[in-house]
Design a protein around this ligand. Sequence first.
Ligand code: TYD
Ligand code: MG
Length: 451
Amino acid sequence: MADRKTVFRCQQCGYVSPKWLGRCPDCKSWESLVEEVSYKSSEKELATGNPQNRPVALADIPAETEPRLLSGIGEWDRVLGGGLIAGSLVLLAGDPGIGKSTLLLQVLARLSQEKRVLYASGEESPQQLKVRALRLGVESPNLFVYSETSLEAVLDAVAQKPPHILVVDSIQTVHTRALEVAPGSVSQVRECASRLMRAAKETGVSIFVVGHVTKEGSIAGPRALEHLVDTVLYLEGDRTHTFRLLRAVKNRYGSTNEVGVFEMKEVGLEQVPNPSKLLLAERPKGVSGSVVACAVEGTRPLLVELQALVSATSWLQPRRTSMGVDSNRLSLLLAVLEKKLGLNFAQQDVFVNVAGGVRLVEPATDLAMTTALLSTYLDRPLPPEWVVWGEVGLAGEVRGVGHSSVRALEAQKLGFTRCLIPRSNAERLSPELEIECVGVKSLQDVMQLLF
Ligand code: TYD
Ligand code: MG
């Protein structure tokens, strides 16, 4: 058995010290030393490895050995790549309070109809978990809860009566005896995750690990774990809205292009089969500054309402506020509008918002944002039958984007009749589409066509 001791390793250059130091003596970076467990294997073990282990022909390895475990919640199963694989370690990350525990409990309730599930929570007492289960209407004799923060105790419980699925909620609250630093620190989080990974591979238990995304993002948060685990799922959304996106950002067993859509209800998260409809439900019509954009999340088109507002500023430095879109992108588009169309935003506060608390990251939303800005600047509403997508370049040109037929079909499905899209996309669309697609090459075209 390996002999265990802890060391402090510099996260920048790898320098190892037996004691903590404020500054790495080697690369001179500050506060970069983090405690780690170092396993000292005997020389003999290192030299021979595992004597049973041999190279095997790829052709001789059987394909998937066990069928994937389906929960019956379609959005969840799809994001996982078609169900859960035995022995996999899945990280479910997201802001605190976004609904990670809720979603997991709902999924586990389904899975535990056939499989034994152990839910280890370092955040809630069994009573609190019961209250949530009652609220969600979850009932299952195979679902065991364990309020515990010691990783050793959790692994012992797994060893004594192995479940099919283990949940650790959250990785920031569990700790291992091997390290002296507090739970939630980078070294604890990483050591616990790698111990769980080993347990998953050795025993074939599927493990879910919940990770809170910290404000700073990287510090001790799920980021430090992404490379360790098999699958990383992010649950996203704005806490003040009910809309939630489940996104696979890494998946060793499936595509990372999948997105699941849920809505937070009184009785937990509910799947949303038609997210565009939900997002557009409260759209005001005939109002300037409001434009329907079509984003593609993974392989799914999503129609969302983008709103812009321009108003005279009372500040020396006008304000630029963006919610749901990148603020740098907004500045860039404002600059293009000033330079290419001669608009003047110098004395104007500019606000951009995506309705429903959705975050749009695609450059394909540029054209919609620009159109919304034009519409509010000129105070001319866009007719409500339009959907807009396309990328805008620095020269004011409108560039083609991917998935245009998917977007057009979605718009058509929801009753829109006209799309404003890049000319290069319009030329290649299938002639069978009923929706009218108008191609534009530059912002000047947009101006002429719409305003
Ligand atoms: P939770 O799953 O505890 O979040 P996380 O584990 O990501 O920290 O969800 C917390 C929020 O979800 C809480 O503010 C209340 C809300 N909620 C509902 O709206 N409906 C429900 O049925 C449940 C259980 C929670
Ligand atoms: Mg929770």
